[in-house]
Design a protein around this ligand. Structure first.
Ligand code: MG
Length: 415
């Protein structure tokens, strides 16, 4: 099925394979024989950091982890709370190359357009690097994260320098390494069929098949945890990046408030609820269009910023509001919140009435409220109930509405 993607192009399905099948023997020691991809790092597992990065990227639709047989309990612990975009894990093989091939084969039913292959021991992968690689894959069959070589290279022999190697044009390959899925699967299958099992990364297999692979400059911070004593450095780096992330989050608070409104039925042939005209045996009496749910919601929104009620802002004695569209009142409350730097988190409305039936109009009403407030429709709750024949609504003398609103407001200095 084709549909529009984020940038208006054809929707492209991108998968990520995270290779976590190593036994991590070089990183053992320090009292831990847990493979390095499952060791704790700044309060999470190394693998979990990788998965969080891919899960948070809007262009990655599915994530597959390749694990060592028997590591299931470690895997389950590392992915707890993250399952939403994870495919069931698959077992790796004797080599990294075989593990990647197992992962690629496991994606055959999904058949993604692009696949990014990443080593679980690189927990500092950023969303920007993932984006940069995906952007290059629009033009080149392969694209890998890499850093230009900065150290001078020496070839040694018997502890002495035998040669200084010109580093011009040399890069250090990292992961993720991204490819068009068909290409890299075919390349891996061809390598397996040819009995070639000594490729050091996926780009090398692509190169062997003659595919062009682009170098995408990534931060040197995207390094690979290799030895046990790398963990102290990794811990400090991860805590530093947390601190920077927290510093970017605006400080603020959530506030909730409620509203309630009633209008009496009178002669007429329709009512207006949440901005939607609904045919009925009666109308609703009021100075404006008597849209009780929008009035209740306006009061709830005003309540979150202590801004009084609807009557304070739009006095019923003022003739200019006669027959007015109540959407005007709601937009006013929305604008007052926006002026405070606030954001509407969600709203929820309950209508109490024996008649008219609300259900056939519910989606249109939610859509109209979402449109008026400039929020996604999943942030708008709406339901209706009768009062079992009791009270003024039960006697069909009028209609009532309750509303709640939650907003997020940034802290103001000194308040
Ligand atoms: Mg009212």
């Amino acid at each position: 099925m084709k549909r529009e993607g984020l940038r208006g192009a054809r929707y492209v399905k991108n998968a990520a394979i995270v290779v976590a099948a190593g036994s991590g023997t070089r990183a053992a020691g320090h009292g831990a024989d847990t493979p390095k991809q499952y060791r704790p790092l700044a309060g999470r597992r190394v693998l979990t950091h990788c998965l969080e990065a891919f899960s948070a990227h809007p262009a990655i639709s599915d994530i597959l982890v390749v694990i060592r047989p028997g590591d299931e309990p470690l895997y389950e612990e590392a992915v707890r709370g993250l399952q939403a975009r994870l495919l069931p894990p698959v077992h790796g093989g004797a080599t990294r190359q075989q593990s990647v091939l197992n992962g690629l084969r496991a994606l055959s039913a999904l058949h993604p357009d692009m696949v990014l292959i990443h080593d679980a021991a690189r927990p500092f992968i950023t969303l920007a690097t993932i984006s940069d690689i995906l952007a290059r894959l629009d033009h080149v069959p392969g694209a890998i994260a890499a850093t230009p070589l900065s150290d001078t290279l020496k070839r040694g022999a018997d502890g002495l320098i035998a040669q200084t190697i010109d580093r011009t044009g040399l890069w250090c390959a990292q992961t993720p390494q991204g490819f068009r899925y068909c290409d890299i699967l075919a390349a891996h299958e061809a390598a397996a069929a040819a009995g070639k099992s000594d490729f050091s990364d996926d780009a090398a297999i692509a190169e062997w098949r003659g595919l062009a692979v682009a170098l995408v400059e990534a931060p040197a911070a995207n390094w690979k945890i290799t030895r046990g004593d790398d963990f102290a450095r990794a811990e400090a780096q991860m805590r530093q990046s947390y601190a920077e992330e927290i510093a970017r989050v605006p400080m603020g608070e959530s506030r909730a408030a409620t509203g309630f409104d009633v209008h009496a039925f009178e002669a007429g042939d329709h009512v207006t609820l949440c901005g939607v005209k609904i045919p009925h045996t009666h109308g609703l009496r009021g100075h404006s269009d008597a849209d009780a749910p929008l009035h209740a919601l306006t009061d709830a929104l005003l309540g979150t910023i202590g801004a009084g009620d609807i009557g304070d802002h739009f006095p019923p004695s003022d003739p200019q509001w006669k027959g007015a569209d109540s959407g005007i009142f709601l937009k006013h409350a929305r604008d007052l919140i926006a002026r405070r730097g606030g954001r509407i988190v969600n709203v929820d409305i309950t209508i109490l009435a024996e008649r008219p039936k609300i259900a056939p109009y519910r989606d249109a009403m939610r859509a109209r409220v979402a449109e008026l407030l400039g929020i996604n429709v999943d942030r708008v709750g709406l339901k209706a109930t009768t009062t079992e024949g009791l009270g003024f609504t039960g006697r069909r003398e009028g209609l009532a509405s309750l509303a709640t609103a939650t907003v997020f407001l940034p802290f103001e200095p000194g308040v």
